[in-house]
Ligand binder design. Structure first.
Ligand code: 6GU
Length: 246
């Protein structure tokens, strides 16, 4: 999969693209990430990329010209290309959006700055506006990293021999069960006995129940309007009974 990132701050990205799971996928060529400095497409000696808003007001607006020229410089590969603007006004990014994007052959990410991008870029040259949450970032760069990470790891081969992503939090709409590793006793706290039992079926059920319990406690919104299977409904009843007893 190819990503093109259009940004005023290309230097933010290399360390992020060199480490860990993504770094390995980039080295292997499974992910191809290119950086384009929007400023290099600005005119004049001063390479100005923003300007005051028509109509007055605070803040600067990213000029359409440099972004347009930067977009034009990108060779489109494959027939499934999407151009995305990272902006707090966009559709909220989540795991379902990540899966949709993982189907694309080529994703072009434009990093906006908070004050905004000239509307004619959005209306004429952007397929999708994405936000990573309801808070304010000073630019779309960190959001672009979030999207490259979440989408990139869904591309076949990126996770390599490690566990598949199907067990991750959110993949089935629930939070993950707790995890433990050695030592068996840490500062007076023991690993739950059942995890040492070797009884895979009981462990599976215990994990599912913990997963439901956590989701109920921390993210009840994830359980709303969700069709649960018979086992999940039974486990939830048990959880509720335990809670009543206090
Ligand atoms: Cl994509 N950009 C900015 N500037 N702020 C954000 C955001 C994006 N998502 C949440 N806040």
């Amino acid at each position: 999969m190819r990503f093109d990132i259009l940004t005023l701050f290309p230097d933010f990205f290399p360390p992020f693209l060199e480490e860990g799971v993504l770094g390995r996928a980039v080295k292997k060529g499974i992910l191809n990430v290119r950086l384009t400095d929007i400023r290099s497409f600005a005119d004049g000696r001063h390479k100005v990329t923003d300007d005051r808003p028509y109509g007055g007001g605070n803040g600067m607006v990213m000029k359409p010209g440099p972004i347009y020229q930067a977009l034009k410089s990108i060779e489109r590969t494959g027939d499934d290309v999407i151009t995305i603007l990272l902006t707090p006004q966009g559709r909220k990014f989540n795991q379902a959006v990540a899966w949709d994007l993982a189907e694309k052959s080529h994703i072009i990410l434009i990093c906006g700055r908070y004050e905004g991008v000239d509307e004619r870029i959005i209306s004429g040259h952007v397929d999708l506006e994405l936000s990573i949450g309801d808070y304010v970032l000073s630019g779309g760069e960190t959001a672009a990293m979030v999207v490259v990470d979440a989408v990139g790891r869904l591309v076949p081969g990126v996770l390599g021999g490690e566990k598949s992503n199907t067990e991750d939090s959110f993949e089935d709409g629930l939070l993950e069960h707790p995890h433990f590793t050695r030592p068996r006793n840490f500062m007076g706290q023991d690993v739950p006995e059942i995890l040492l039992s070797g009884d895979h079926e009981r462990i599976r059920i215990w994990r599912r129940k913990e997963s439901l319990k956590r989701t109920l406690e921390k993210r009840p919104d994830l359980l709303k309007d969700r069709d649960l299977g018979e086992e999940d409904r039974r486990l939830l009843k048990e959880i509720e009974k335990l809670a009543e007893k206090g």
